[in-house]
Design a protein around this ligand. Sequence first.
Ligand code: SF4
Ligand code: ZN
Length: 321
Amino acid sequence: MIVSRCRRCGVNRAEVYLAHSNLSLCPECFTLLTERRVRHTIESHKMISRDDRLGVAVSGGKDSSSLAYILHNLYEKLDMVLIYVDLGVPEYSSHCLKKVETLAKMLGRELVVYSLERELGFTIGDVRGTIYGKKPCSACGTIKRYLFNKIAYDLGLTKIATGHNLDDTVEALFNFYIEGNVKSLVRLRPYLPKTHPKIVPKIKPLIGLTDIECYYYAEYKGLPIRALECQFSKGSRSVRRKELLNTIVEKIPSFKHTFINSHYKRILPLLEQALKSQGQGEETEIYDCPICGMPTSLKGMPCHFCKIVNMIKGKVEVKVS
Ligand code: SF4
Ligand code: ZN
């Protein structure tokens, strides 16, 4: 039997094949190289400094669990807390909570849990039946983005790290290209700096790792990751787009890497220039939400989060009476 050896150490049996770089690696070399690649991403974008107080958004999934573990390993002395938003999805949310509690214990890091039901009196399922129709996912995205920022701001954290990986980013960019959504194409970056005193900068240290690499990393490190999927994820457009992109990767293994490199190195600078020349730079006006006081692009109106909360509360109250 021919056993292929790890291309890096030449000793151990290779278990992981990275088609995009034509590399076969043993688990030890794979996890080591993965951590190095994340460190490289962090350093090249100057994502983290020594005096940062970092919040890591965790969900119980492979990406955010790998992210917290890698950051803990690379920056042991960094002030870091894990943040979990409990959406109140039956079975799924409590299952994920157990996973993030185990992860926090494993790392010896504080875990902050925000429960939608406890704090706001509704669950994400209550979004259904409003203007969002049957799928709460787009409202869920807005709610999570708002809450991670608000929690981090209230805790005095200086940055929020999220587990968005290469597959997530390519899927989002692909969608924005199809829609011709130039503003969102320009805004989607590995590092979003502070643009307002109440906006906490966001970093995406896993932007260079694929879904499968995050999965292998979590597996090899024995991280507690969820075994359930959110009941609302089935048939979602982003899942279908990811599947489509994966069929391209079967024919062109480096497709996602090439796509993202071309976007950030070649296309993005041109898009920025074009927007500026049309007087539509990145700087959008920011106002205070009249309800919660947090920043919003909506002048004189409640922010998107407060709109959703009002809508659901109205619906929930109607349901109760
Ligand atoms: Fe939220 Fe939709 Fe993801 Fe469920 S599948 S966690 S509702 S975005
Ligand atoms: Zn608001």
